[in-house]
Each structure stands twice: as C-alpha cells, then as structure tokens.
Design a protein around this ligand. Structure first.
Ligand SMILES: NC(=O)c1ccc[n+]([C@@H]2O[C@H](COP(=O)([O-])OP(=O)(O)OC[C@H]3O[C@@H](n4cnc5c(N)ncnc54)[C@H](O)[C@@H]3O)[C@@H](O)[C@H]2O)c1
Length: 330
C-alpha cells in the first residue's frame, strides 16, 4: 500500500515525466503533496505529450538528459523516478547510436550529476522485461538469463546496470523495476509506436477494425495505476535490505493470448468492435520475444505490492478515459 503522508513535501524529479508512465506518476505524486519537476525532451516518437500533465500541478522542464544542465534539477531532490528512455525496438535497431546515447550514456551522465547534487537521494529506475529475450520458460523470474533480442534491450540493460552500481559501490538506495506491457490512460494511441494496445484502442473507438498480429503470443499486462503504485512503494521501501539494490519483475494480470485480449477489449467496449488477424510482420519477427509472463513474486513478497486492477476493469477504464479525449490524443 502506498503511504500518502510519506510524499507530503518530498522533492521529486521524474525524468520522462511527460510520457505515459512518468505523467501518471507525476499526477499521483502531486496529488499527495510532493513537489514535482518533470524533465522531458518531448521526443516525437514516444509517449510524450504536454496534455499528459494537464491539471497535474507539476513543473515541466523541457530538456534532454543527454545535454541539459542537470545539476540544478537534481540538487536537493529526495527521490528520482527515472523514466526517460528511447523505448522503440525498431527505432533502436535503425539507430543504435542514438538509442544507447539516451539509455546508457546519458544515464551515466545523470548518475555523475546525482553523485554531486544529491548523494543520498532514492532512485527508482524504469527497466524492462525486454532484455530477457525469448523466455526459456514461463513465468520469467529475475534469475532468467539476460539475452537481449535487439539493440534497445542491450542499452536498457546497460543503463540499469550502471544505476545498480550506485547501490553496490556507493550505497545509494536504488531499485530497478523490470516492467512488462503497461496500459491505461495517457498511453500513446495515435499509432502502434508505444504498444499494439494503443492502436487497438484507437481503432475500436473510431469504429474501425484493428489488426491482431499472430495472436497466440501471451502477455501479462499491468494497468498504469498499479505501475505507479509499484514505483511509489519501491521508493518508500528502498531503505529495506531486501529492496535496496534489487531488480524486480513487475507483472500484472494473468497471461492472456493476444486473440483472447482482443475479445476482452471488444467486450469491454460493450461488445462493439472487430479485428482482423494478420501474420506477424516479417521485419519484426527477428526481434520478437514471443510469449512472456512475469514471475513477480519477489517484489510482492518484499513490499506487499499487488496489482489492484484486473484486466476487464483496466480495459474498460482505458476505453472510458480515451472516449472522452480521443481527438486530443490523435
Ligand atoms: N510502457 C511500457 O509498457 C514499458 C514496458 C517496459 C519498460 N518501460 C520503461 O518505462 C519507462 C517509461 O516508458 P513509457 O512507456 O512511459 O514511455 P514514454 O515514451 O511514454 O515515456 C518516455 C519519456 O521519456 C522522454 N525522453 C526520451 N528520451 C529523453 C531524453 N533524452 N531526455 C529527456 N526525456 C527523454 C520521452 O519524451 C517520453 O516522454 C521507459 O524507461 C521504458 O523503457 C515501459
């Protein structure tokens, strides 16, 4: 359970704060009385949107972690939620230099500034299940071998490891959360760049058929409020020896095939909608991870976190949210 009183008056920096997960965190933090700065380069290909922060009451600083002056942003903060990243798998393959510049080199830059500006601040880093690659078996726990399927997996793994060193060598409270597919309000739905679910939601609300690629792959989706809860709880409990310096998988709903998920989404839309089944695109197949399901018992046991929103509820909440704001997000 999140402890709202913990956050009252806390100074918090959220990198990638105008993106999908960062913005939801910003809303929650500000709602509990934290003093929040969102740093975001407003990258066109990800989930960034100034709309995401409307009504949040946080300061949005437009800047890039690769070259912005970071010292004044980091000085005196109590907690850093580190969400900024190049997140596109195809994008990472096309331009691995830009990908690693953000996900690893700029992380080292941010780490250096944090050492000078706020050596004791807590860091919760947004990591990914992606670098496990094609799972050897399901569910995947944190001891699964790292076998990145693409450049983005390599850079995200490197970035995470640099942050963990800060704990190992300098004893900073750092927690890294390896996320699965997340969904909910403020997800990019314009196209499929953030997840397939974004474009599914858009097409459904526009009364058009959406495309299901493959269909048999399993996914365990996490509703964004549960992701936010995981980040907040990780920070609150980062002083505990079984939490500090750890990596944790974050799962969500029980694994479901994409075909069943498509049916659930249509059911959540009042049984309105249709989809077309397509072969998995040949250009994406070499970097596809197939089926995935997280074993997130370590995080649940260490912190008491558990997802509160089940898939039916989460899909309905997402559709209701976008129904009222569709044009804003296209
Ligand atoms: N959403 C998911 O399903 C998911 C799954 C696994 C991991 N993650 C991780 O969670 C984090 C947040 O992802 P998200 O889904 O909210 O993505 P997002 O694209 O919505 O948010 C990332 C934000 O970072 C910003 N950003 C990118 N490069 C930057 C830079 N150089 N300087 C400053 N800001 C920069 C972008 O403009 C964007 O607003 C990422 O680290 C991502 O790897 C997300």
């Amino acid at each position: 359970m999140v402890t709202p009183a913990y956050w009252q008056g806390k100074r918090v920096l959220v990198t990638g704060g105008a993106g999908f997960l960062g913005a939801n965190l910003c809303h929650a933090l500000a709602g509990m009385g934290a003093r929040v700065t969102a740093l975001d380069a407003m990258m066109p290909d990800g989930g960034a949107s100034a709309r995401n922060l409307e009504g949040a009451g946080v300061l949005l600083v437009r800047g890039d972690i690769r070259d912005t002056e970071l010292h004044s942003l980091c000085e005196g903060i109590d907690v850093l939620f580190n969400m900024a990243a190049q997140t596109s798998h195809m994008g990472g393959q096309k331009d691995p230099v830009a990908d690693i510049a953000i996900n690893a080199v700029a992380q080292v830059r941010l780490i250096g500034v944090m050492r000078e500006a706020t050596p004791k601040a807590i860091v919760v880093h947004a990591s990914t299940r992606q670098f496990y690659g094609r799972p050897r078996s399901l569910p995947v726990d944190e001891l699964h071998p790292v076998n990145p399927p693409d450049a983005n997996g390599v850079s995200k793994w490197a970035g995470e490891q640099y942050w963990l060193l800060e704990n190992r060598v300098l004893n900073r409270p750092v927690v890294s959360l390896r996320l699965t597919n997340c969904y909910g309000p403020r997800l990019r739905i314009r196209d499929a760049r953030q997840t397939f679910l974004g474009i599914w939601i858009r097409r459904l609300l526009e009364n058009e058929a959406f495309e299901v690629w493959g269909g048999a792959q399993l996914r365990d989706l996490t509703y964004v409020d549960d992701v936010t809860g995981a980040f907040l709880i990780a920070a609150e409990q980062s002083g505990k020896p079984d939490v500090a310096g750890q990596v944790f998988n974050i799962g969500g709903s029980p694994p479901i095939s994409l075909l069943d998920l498509a049916d659930k989404l249509i059911a959540a839309n009042g049984r309105q909608g249709r989809y077309e089944l397509r072969e998995f695109p040949a250009d994406r197949a070499p970097i596809d991870i197939g089926s995935y399901a997280a074993d997130d018992r370590a995080f649940r046991t260490a912190t008491g976190w558990a997802p509160a929103i089940d898939l039916d509820q989460g899909l309905k909440l997402s559709l209701d949210w976008y129904r009222q704001r569709l044009t804003d997000y296209l």
